[in-house]
Ligand binder design. Sequence first.
Ligand SMILES: Nc1ncnc2c1ncn2[C@@H]1O[C@H](COP(=O)(O)OP(=O)(O)OP(=O)(O)O)[C@@H](O)[C@H]1O
Ligand SMILES: [Mg+2]
Length: 268
Amino acid sequence: MTLEFKNLYVSVEGNMILKGINLKVNGGETHAIMGPNGTGKSTLAQVCMGHPKYKVESGDILFDGKSIVDMSVDERARLGIFLGMQNPIEVPGVTNFDFIKAALQTRMGKDEHLRVGKFILKFESTSQELQMGKGLAHRFLNQGFSGGEKKRNEILQMKMLEPKFTFLDEIDSGLDVDALKLVGEQVTKQKSSDLGLVLITHYQRLLDYIVPDYVHIMINGNIVKTGSLELITKIDQEGYDWVKKELGIEEENKKPYSLGTCATKTMV
Ligand SMILES: Nc1ncnc2c1ncn2[C@@H]1O[C@H](COP(=O)(O)OP(=O)(O)OP(=O)(O)O)[C@@H](O)[C@H]1O
Ligand SMILES: [Mg+2]
């Protein structure tokens, strides 16, 4: 498996967010992406999965050498691409169990059938490994789940679907210290020579449990520096100012509200 972002420019509602991303992830590799808030880390994950709000302006995303930018979300999922979301959405009316079962069934060929008994056993043992409450399987997807339960549930999906390429977007946020260790260990257990893994995180603590091969720093919609573990320690201790100084990166000026917007807000 290889997943490659080639000189990728992506806009959201007319604003260019990603500005020439180049990144290649091979099967068996773990990459960490760190960077200040609002620099485009989640945008990269979302555009890779095919979220319709994110528009590829130029460049390409290649999975095993083939472009996926014109593929729908489900086509990408069928290829084996998975996203553990920063903010998993709630889906009332669909149980957690049915959701994962349907996702697995959809990925199968026409002549294949899900072996329900085997599926239930795996669902139960994986839920237990992640120390998830028994009732969660039959509750509506993410509805009323605590922050930490939602994140564990993303990992449950990953472990059930066994993707070839996984983005985990701030999987550590909302997890207590014990859960962080547990989730970290479970993700590490899932690593294989085939799986390409990209972790988006703000903190070293996750990377103590899931050790990356490469660490990338993203600022203002671009990967500005790539290194290894020592980069994480430096960021944890010193933040990002040194990177900006070293590379001469200016802070992007946030646009103030236009007068029109302010007026509309006042009127409302
Ligand atoms: N759907 C959207 N509509 C409008 N703007 C958006 C949308 N999605 C992202 N943006 C903007 O794109 C920029 C990058 O957002 P993104 O979520 O990718 O940042 P991030 O690096 O993941 O930040 P964080 O560390 O806070 O999660 C932000 O300024 C954000 O407001
Ligand atoms: Mg984000």
